[in-house]
Write a protein that binds this ligand. Sequence first.
Ligand code: 4AZ
Length: 407
Amino acid sequence: MKLTRSGKIALIFLVVIIVAAVIGVIVYFVVYGKTPFYYHISFKLTNVDYDSKFHKPYSQEYIDLNERIVSLMNKTFQASKLRRQYVISHVAKVRQANSKVIVDVVLKFKSCYNNNAARFRDRTRNILLQKLMGDTGSLCIDSSSFKFSDIDMDAAENLLNICCGRRTKVSPGNKIVGGLDSVEGEWPWQASLQQNNIHRCGATLINNNWLLTAAHCFVNAKDPREWSVTFGFLLSDPKLKRSVKNIIVHEKYKYPSHDHDIAIVNLSKPVLYTTNIRKVCLPEANYNFPANSDVVVTGWGSRKTDGTSPDVLQKGIMKIIDTVTCNNKEVYDSHIKNGMLCAGFLQGRVDACQGDSGGPLVSSDSRGIWFLVGVVSWGEECALPNKPGVYTRVTYYRNWITSKTGL
Ligand code: 4AZ
């Protein structure tokens, strides 16, 4: 067959249109076509004895049990037809059932089956049921206790991120004074406490409803209606904002004394955890963070005394200074009480500063789980030699925190 010139042009035009349409469809499915599906399942383990440590998400008992269950879920789906759709699973809760336990697990999938959710749900449920009735390795599962339900995305992400003290991202090396830029997700418990929408202090998320901060942030400003809290590592681009329902200042705090410089903020509505908004772990009252431990202070405070404030959350890597040294005449001359601790360097260089107040001083354990050591409180100017930052000692106020929040 011989094509005329205009016929050839029309054919080329048609081929180009078909190729463009195919590319468009592929791009659409790669970019938009995958919908996340979340399920909430629960089942009873008949060979795991209940232990109160399962209430603490940082306990080794919880971490080990989570790992065994996640590994069972990974094996189940990686050996199934949904291996490419399965994303992650996580134990959201361990409940007591007589002397044994029931676990609540959240599962996440990504699939192109947008318009066939019911079929995807049935396939997932069947794969799980078959596995739980068969070989479940070292875990003995009562398959008659198996429950399976849908869960909406925000509630599921909240449960997937319920663990404390876990970061999503880490940036290399060491503006706080002498600090470095953080990246999104590096300090997911950091919040900005704002008075009439202006950043005043830092604060730390300790649960969906509560933040810990410094009492001195509220001197002459105790009305919760003036205050709000934002989350996100850029001050100019908050990812979430909440108003404040209640402010609890320590009963014994009396300005201008620095004693008992601690306060709790109750949010008007709970935050749902995400990969970038998570709580820190609170240490037990009897835990001791030894002198010379590595700690990190974070905040949007000024980079030098009376300096400007950054937009990117800053981190300052430093060490705990022992109280005897910090109480030396040339340092703070016996002003460091039991409810305080010093951190930084006697040479100066790295320090919290104005606007960092109320924010977190944290330390990671050997597993990379972050605990709240201190609350930025006071210091003589910023980063001066022999004048390190002084922090409210969280372990000293641990029982006070429980008495106010139940945590
Ligand atoms: C302040 O004014 C402040 N160098 C906070 C921390 C320090 C000094 C001052 C510690 O909020």
